[in-house]
Design a protein around this ligand. Structure first.
Ligand SMILES: Nc1ncnc2c1ncn2[C@@H]1O[C@H](COP(=O)(O)OP(=O)(O)OP(=O)(O)O)[C@@H](O)[C@H]1O
Ligand SMILES: [Mg+2]
Length: 1010
């Protein structure tokens, strides 16, 4: 129930009336109309009263207020129904339709436009170009259809003279993807004749008043509608000509937007002009033959239709007939026949033009490349804006068809809203007080029943050969339908003077009695058009025109089958329409026209009462009040709302869904507002449902989060299991790699003990990364083991030499080129007879004494050297290093000790990185010993520097327990002589035989042989 409006505006839903009476209904309708509230609900049905003034209720604010809202959240509005239809379509993927009904001028077309504008405004939030263009074409199509299909009538300045049903297709996103327009029964008789005060279709006046001079010239038209028979009577009917002009521009623009090519637009205007020229043709007879009178019209028509003037002339004056024997003859028209043929041709031209325009728009908006698997369900909202019930002073065939159509729609309304509703309550076992309503099926049958119905009788009369007049047909109806409660005529009811004999019959329609004049019924039903015109058009060189007349292809002898009559065609299209609507969820807009004078102030009680009555609005309120707004099978209801109740979420443990639904209802305290059917739950007020919807909407995000949480947890656990498996596999593989490495090392090194090099030549397998450290340690261990094996086999006597070599290796750290490691180190060279055969015995003797005297226990090194004396002259001397002292001996004087310094005074050694034999023993007292070792007989080129360095270092480390630093210099050496720093440079000098020192600027130069 609509709220949010004070009661000073009346009741926004007729369901809230205190009593459902016509008086109260009208009172409320009037109050609301006067207060500017033109819309009122009956449940989901909107009753709309034409305000006849611009209302400020269709703006963006209003659209925003209704968008996505429930029906009862806002005051009644077209937008509320449009949104309900859209929501049903989007939420439940239901096809829906909005049926707009009401009499001419009640505001149906306006309502349909507002509904379409609303749908266009709320869709395509992402502004996708293709959707925007579909929307644009859908909206623009109204302008074109109104220009060609609407006309000013006495009831409505913009009366739709055709029925329109538009399907709008939506994709799963709820965005429009296309559409389709069905048009019904265009009132084509208007092309040639209009009632007093009415006009022809707008398109003619728009062309004449709005077309550019150039365009009109090319069409051979003047600007004045009074120049043309077909538009002349309507020319003086008051509408502002500027309207026609601006509409012409708008239509041209719309045609362009929709996608009509320039040629197509030109063809459209040529056809309109052809019709106008046709109207100006007259026929005259000289008693023998009939002639066309009308100036240049025939020429213009032939030019505009791209046909030969003779053919046009011929088609206007003759008809081709096939004789019984298959012969084809040309039969001249009488004056009357020619005029009749001309008018029929003009009407047919316009009708086909209109149908072609609709088809052309459809070809643009039809859904293309639709694939349900890809695009999801394609849903539809249909909008029906069809002529309302018509009762004129003189009602003809058109009114008969229109009123039949309204009977059919009323029947659909009854079916869907009244009967089905009541039947369902009965079926579901809901206590229900039956509400009487008038079922108009009987009237529908009166019109459409096969064999007995009026249409059948008309068709039969049309089929009968010979001259069957309208009166004969009326007689036949009187005869066949005389007993029908809804049919009468003067013959059946001679006292009723409101009908004429042989002319009138009356149908008691659900909306009121309508007296029809049978005059012209048969002709309009047969709707004959000479085949010659069809052929003429088919043979046109204008492709657009040709396309409109495919049946002109048949030659006269082929045209045997009678075409379906107009009434049957209309009946079939209306039955198809009703079938289309019946399978959709319907929403209704019931339009009411408040007065006949288009006044925004006047509320004509009698007129409104009549409309309320025939639209069945009171019954609608009664059914609604007695009924339930909403129903749903238990399982569907449960599925939708189970999350709102702790006993039903996620699954209930009750014996049936019905009990579970009861639990939901009880939890929300709606017990008084529902009824339980056999299979469905019925909810009386939408408010209860709204509460449930709100609660559901609030819970959905929580559920989504919950599901996300569970799913994320499941994903994480899955990932975790995967990772664990990966680590396990990796662990196994790593262990295997480690083991494989062990096995390989074991295999390769198994027999190293027996190898001569103790496995030095064995290549180590590349270890896995995890065993890198282990690899280094084992390599180290192996090296140590190998060293141990090697060292173990060295005899104790060689140990000193080995140690000295090791010490030298460490001290020189690979910086000296040659250090004599691959020869035996004799140490005491002066005592060695092989090295110094001439002096060794002498030396041995002398050192014996020295040993006794200085109490040393071991000679560390002895040999001849070249060194500097006190006066810095170089001399050959002998060097003896014992574990106690360092001696300088004079070999020429029986190795007399010239100088002796205690070995502990040596602080460090310096040698060069080359192959020279220079050694500096640095002393604490800065009285450094600078010697150049000389080799003896054992090898003239022997290096003894390494030996001296190694022996001293080993001695200092092992015996003296101090580290003796050794400097290996690549350039010069620094020494101290008598405390003074001197530098020793080296120089290779050609011609130098033996190395020798020479005094230089800052110290000495060691001259080396080349
Ligand atoms: N909501 C509205 N606001 C303002 N004016 C309106 C509204 N509805 C209708 N009208 C006025 O009423 C006129 C007739 O309305 P409309 O053409 O929609 O009637 P209709 O029911 O389609 O009639 P017909 O059956 O003849 O086509 C409009 O031209 C417009 O002037
Ligand atoms: Mg209309």
């Amino acid at each position: 129930m609509a709220e949010l409006e004070g009661f000073e505006f009346g009741k926004s839903d007729f369901v809230l009336l205190d009593e459902v009476t016509m008086e109260q209904f009208l009172e409320n309708l009037k109050l609301r109309f006067e207060k500017g509230r033109i819309y009122t609900f009956i449940g989901e049905v909107v009753v709309s009263v034409n305000p006849y003034r611009q209302m400020d209720v269709y703006g963006k604010d209003a659209i925003d207020a209704y968008r996505g809202r429930e029906l009862y959240e806002n005051p009644p509005h077209l937008y509320a129904v449009a949104d309900a239809a859209y929501k049903a379509m989007k939420r439940r993927a239901k096809d829906t339709c909005i049926v707009i009904s009401g009499e001419s001028g009640a505001g149906k077309t306006e309502a349909s436009k507002y509904i379409m504008q609303y749908i266009a405004a709320i869709t395509n939030p992402s502004q996708r170009a293709e959707v925007e263009s579909v929307k644009n074409v859908l909206l623009k199509s109204n302008c074109v259809l109104e220009a060609f299909g609407n006309a000013k009538t006495n009831r409505n300045d913009n009366s739709s003279r055709f029925g329109k049903y538009m399907d709008i297709n939506f994709n799963f996103n709820g965005d429009p993807t296309g559409g389709h327009i069905n048009n019904y029964l265009l009132e084509k008789s208007r092309v040639v004749q209009q009632q007093e005060g009415e006009r022809n279709f707008h398109s003619f006046y728009q062309l004449l008043r709005g077309g550019s001079d150039e365009l009109l010239k090319s069409l051979h038209l003047s600007k004045d509608p009074t120049d043309y028979t077909y538009t002349s009577p309507g020319a003086s009917v008051s509408t502002s000509s500027s309207d026609d002009r601006s509409c012409h521009r708008a239509v041209m623009g719309a045609l362009k937007v929709i996608g009509f090519s320039e040629e197509e637009v030109s063809s459209v205007y040529k056809i309109l002009s052809t019709i106008l020229h046709l109207g100006n043709l007259h026929f005259e007879t000289d008693g023998e033959s009939v002639q066309v009178v009308g100036g240049d019209s025939v020429r213009h028509i032939s030019e505009l239709t791209d046909t030969e003037p003779e053919s046009v002339n011929k088609a206007l004056l003759y008809r081709t007939v096939a004789t019984g024997g298959g012969e084809v003859i040309e039969k001249g028209h009488s004056e009357q026949e020619a005029s009749y043929g001309r008018d029929a041709f003009a009407k047919a031209l316009y009708e086909r033009l209109f149908a072609w325009i609709v088809g052309r728009i459809n070809s643009v908006i039809e859904v293309k490349n639709y694939n349900p698997a890809l695009h999801g369900k394609n849903t539809v909202i249909g909008v029906l804006d069809i002529y309302g019930f018509e009762i004129f002073d003189n009602n003809s065939f058109e009114q008969f068809c229109i009123n039949y159509c309204n009977e059919k729609l009323q029947q659909l309304f009854i079916e869907l809203i009244l009967r089905q509703e009541q039947e369902e309550y009965h079926r579901e076992g809901i206590t229900w007080q039956h509400i009487d309503y008038f079922n108009n099926q009987i009237i529908v049958d009166l019109v459409e029943q096969p064999h007995k119905g009026i249409i059948s009788i008309l068709d039969e009369a049309c089929l009968t050969a010979g001259k069957v007049t309208d009166t004969v047909c009326l007689d036949s109806m009187n005869h066949k339908l005389g007993q029908h409660p809804h049919y009468t005529s003067r013959k059946l009811n001679p006292t009723d003077k409101s009908m004429e004999f042989h002319r009138h019959f009356r149908i008691r329609h659900y909306a009121g009695d309508v007296t029809y004049s049978v005059e012209g019924f048969l002709d309009k039903n047969k709707d004959p058009l000479f085949q010659d015109f069809k052929r003429l058009m088919y043979n046109s060189s204008d492709p657009v025109l040709k396309e409109m007349w495919p049946d002109g292809q048949l030659s006269i002898t082929e045209v045997t089958k009678r075409p379906l009559t107009a009434a049957t065609l209309f009946k079939n299209s209306i039955i198809a329409l009703v079938d289309k609507l019946a399978c959709k969820e319907p929403y209704y807009v019931r339009c009411i026209k408040p007065n006949e004078v288009k006044s925004p102030m006047l509320f004509d009680d009698a007129r409104c009462r009549h409309q309320v009555a025939y639209l069945g609005l009171l019954e609608n309120v009664r059914v609604r009040r007695a009924g339930f707004a909403y129903r749903q099978p238990y399982e569907r209801f449960l599925q939708r709302y189970k999350m709102t109740c702790e006993y039903t979420w996620p699954n209930h443990l009750m014996s049936s869904d019905r009990e579970a639904v009861e639990a939901i209802v009880v939890q929300h305290g709606f017990e008084g507002d529902v009824a339980y059917g056999h299979t469905k739950l019925f909810v009386r007020t939408p408010r209860s449902l709204f509460t449930l919807e709100q609660e559901r909407a609030a819970l959905i995000p929580i559920l989504v989060l919950f599901l996300q949480k569970v799913w994320r947890g499941a994903l994480a656990r899955m990932r975790c299991r995967q990772m664990r498996a990966i680590y396990k596999v990796m662990g196994c593989y790593k262990r295997y790699k480690v083991k494989a490495h062990f096995w390989e090392v074991e295999r390769r090194f198994a027999s190293v003990r027996n190898m001569t090099d103790y496995g030095k030549s064995v290549e180590w397998p590349t270890p896995p990364a995890a065993l890198m450290q282990f690899h280094k340690i084992t390599q180290h261990l192996h090296r140590r083991w190998r060293a141990r094996q090697i060292v173990k086999n060295i005899p104790p006597s060689d140990m000193a030499e080995v140690r000295a070599k090791v010490a030298a290796l460490g001290a020189l750290s690979g910086e000296r080129l040659d250090w004599g490691f691959n020869r035996a180190w004799e140490r005491d060279y002066l005592a060695n007879a092989r090295d110094c055969p001439l002096t060794s015995s002498n030396f041995v003797r002398i050192t014996k004494e020295l040993k006794n005297k200085d109490q040393y226990s071991q000679v560390l090194f002895s040999g001849f050297v070249r060194m500097l004396n006190w006066f810095n002259n170089t001399k050959d001397r002998a060097l003896l290093i014992t574990d106690k002292h360092i001696y300088r001996l004079e070999p020429k004087k029986h190795f007399k000790v010239q100088k002796r310094i205690p070995i502990e005074t040596v602080t460090s050694l310096s040698v060069s990185s080359g192959t020279d034999q220079m050694v500096v023993l640095h002393t604490v007292s800065q009285e450094d010993v600078l010697v150049y070792l000389q080799s003896g007989q054992l090898g003239p080129k022997q290096d003894r520097v390494g030996e001296l360095v190694g022996t001293l270092c080993d001695h200092f480390t092992r015996v003296r327990k101090v580290h003796l630093p050794v400097r290996v210099c690549s350039t010069g050496l620094q020494v101290h002589m008598s405390g003074k720093p001197k530098s020793i440079t080296m120089e290779t000098r050609p011609g130098q035989n033996t190395a020798d020192f020479k005094k230089s600027r800052g110290g000495f130069t060691l001259l080396l042989a080349q």
